[in-house]
Every structure is written in structure tokens, then in C-alpha cells.
Design a protein around this ligand. Structure first.
Ligand SMILES: Nc1ncnc2c1ncn2[C@@H]1O[C@H](COP(=O)(O)OP(=O)(O)OP(=O)(O)O)[C@@H](O)[C@H]1O
Length: 269
């Protein structure tokens, strides 16, 4: 099932846009003597899609965990605010991981309802979970057990569980990293569709620079605990995979990550 698409530009002006603006100031996190994040300063526009890339261990997951309140910073702050009034709002973000982390003893629909927290006892919970499941292309699979689903279908359920509460911010930690190449493209298209439709602010961690450029308005490179590159991706959607524009940006970001002398010939344009 496909979702209705709205143009990105239209969505920015849409009063129903529910994304929050995020202001990250001097955010630092150390584990013992290891300073993982050393002072991250970022302003994230409400409803934007920001990708975070960087070498393994540079602190991408640590940043996401701090943003959704799964961890506390050593210093610095994160502020979520209403884009219209500027008033601070309590962070109501959700996070999606590389593994679906479904409850094996609960059916698909119940797994989605888990995303509602205490609101799952409301009479509207079941309908909300069904509608969200349909929006991720799993209509009719409500009563399946997670064990019978493919990896891609399990990630669809995980996405539905993240979205059912209508979050204003969604953090995604390599959500498609374990999927095969074709399923990954399908999931990227699905995610872009629900993001365009629902207007939440998205922060997406990936090792795959091409994936970041396909989806994001902005690509942030983390290195040595800081933002080493902040690249705006001002290309129309849906982006054409393999286009020259994307390839040029990919080369630039890979050079920033690997160092220009270490970019292998296949990345040269
Ligand atoms: N709870 C923790 N206790 C101790 N060290 C931690 C903890 N969480 C993360 N680290 C360390 O912080 C560093 C950054 O980890 P993080 O998972 O944020 O990196 P990453 O960029 O997401 O890596 P990858 O791309 O491999 O997933 C690593 O050296 C890791 O061992």
C-alpha cells in the first residue's frame, strides 16, 4: 500500500506538520576516561530529515541515545521546541534500531500497540495500530506472529511501532543495516513516504553515505567527538539513485571520512 505523497515544500508550510525543532548545545558524553562526544552544537529544523554518518565508534548511536533520553550527557543540553511558538516541549521522540526487537509472544498488531505505551488501553488504540500497520504496507498481517515475518516485514512492524504514537521526533539507528539491498531500497522509499506524510523530525544514523544522501536534507559527519562536516543536500525528491549530483556529494563526504588519499578508485568520478 502506498501512502499519499505531499511535496516537501508543501509540507514545510503545513500547519499539521508536527515535527519539533531541536537545539543541541555543547553536548558531551564520556565513558570513564573516553570522551566520545566532545561538544556537539547543532540546530535541527522542525520536520527536517538529518542523517548522521561517520566511522564506526565515532559516537553516532551515543548521540541518538542522548536525544531520546536513553542516556544522559556529561555536559551540554538538548532542547526540543515548537516550531511555531518557540516554546520548549518535552522530548517525545521514539527510536528505531537495526534489530526489530519485537515481542515474540505477541502478535503483530499487539507489537505495534506497544508503541502507544499507557495509551494502549484506550479504545482508539487498536484502530490506530491497524491504520499504522496499513501505512507501512502490512494490512492483513495483524494476527501473524513475528516469527513468520521476513526481516523486512519485521522492520516494517518496528517502524509502525515507532510511528503509532505520532512522535514529533524519530531517531533511527541504522534501521536498514541488516536488510538485503532490494528490501533496503523499499524501506528507504517507505520511510521517506511516511516522513513526507507525517512531518516528524528525523535523525537517521547510517554507515551508508549513499543512503544518507538519498534520504536526508542534511548530512552530518561526526569525527573525534565533534561535527566535522555539515552538508546540506538541496536536491529534489524523490532522489535518483546513481545520479551524478548524488555521486559527487558522496565522493566529497567519503573523502572527508576516509581522507582523500584513501578514497579507492571506484569512488572517483
Ligand atoms: N554504555 C557505554 N559504556 C562504555 N562505553 C560506551 C558505552 N556506549 C558507547 N560506548 C563507547 O562509545 C564509543 C562510541 O560508541 P557508539 O556506539 O556511539 O559509536 P557508533 O558511531 O554508533 O559506532 P557504530 O557505527 O560501530 O555503531 C565506542 O567506543 C563505545 O565503546
Amino acid at each position: 500500500m502506498s501512502l499519499p505523497r505531499r511535496e516537501h515544500q508543501d509540507r514545510a508550510a503545513d500547519e499539521d506538520n508536527r515535527g519539533v525543532a531541536i537545539s543541541i548545545d555543547g553536548l558531551a558524553r564520556s565513558f570513564g576516561a573516553q570522551a566520545v562526544l566532545e561538544g556537539i552544537d547543532l540546530k535541527i529544523e522542525a520536520g527536517s530529515f538529518v542523517a548522521v554518518v561517520g566511522r564506526s565508534g565515532c559516537g553516532k548511536s551515543t548521540l541518538l541515545r542522548l536525544l531520546v533520553g536513553l542516556d544522559q550527557p556529561t555536559s551540554g543540553s538538548v532542547r526540543f521546541s515548537d516550531p511555531v511558538t518557540g516554546a520548549a516541549v518535552a522530548g517525545a521522540g521514539r527510536i528505531m534500531f537495526q534489530e526489530a526487537r519485537l515481542l515474540p509472544w505477541a502478535k503483530v498488531l499487539e507489537n505495534v500497540e506497544v508503541g502507544l505505551g499507557r495509551r494502549r488501553s484506550l479504545p482508539t488504540a487498536r484502530a490506530a495500530a491497524s491504520a499504522t500497520l496499513a501505512a507501512v504496507g502490512l494490512e492483513g498481517r495483524e494476527n501473524d506472529w513475528p516469527g513468520v515475518l521476513s526481516g523486512g516485514q519485521r522492520q516494517r512492524v518496528a517502524l509502525a511501532r515507532s510511528l503509532v504514537s505520532a512522535p514529533d521526533f524519530l531517531a533511527l539507528d541504522e534501521p536498514f543495516g541488516a536488510l538485503d539491498a532490494l528490501t533496503r531500497i523499499e524501506m528507504q522509499t517507505l520511510l521517506e513516504g511516511v516522513w513526507l506524510d507525517q512531518g516528524f523530525t528525523a535523525l537517521f544514523v547510517t554507515h551508508d553515505v549513499a543512503e544518507a544522501l538519498t534520504l536526508a536534507d542534511r548530512v552530518i559527519l561526526l569525527e573525534d567527538g565533534r561535527v566535522a562536516l555539515d552538508q546540506v543536500v538541496d536536491l529534489p525528491r524523490p532522489r535518483r539513485r546513481g545520479s551524478v549530483d548524488l555521486a559527487l556529494l558522496e565522493e566529497q563526504i567519503l573523502k572527508a571520512i576516509l581522507g582523500s588519499e584513501r578514497v579507492r578508485p571506484e569512488y572517483e568520478i
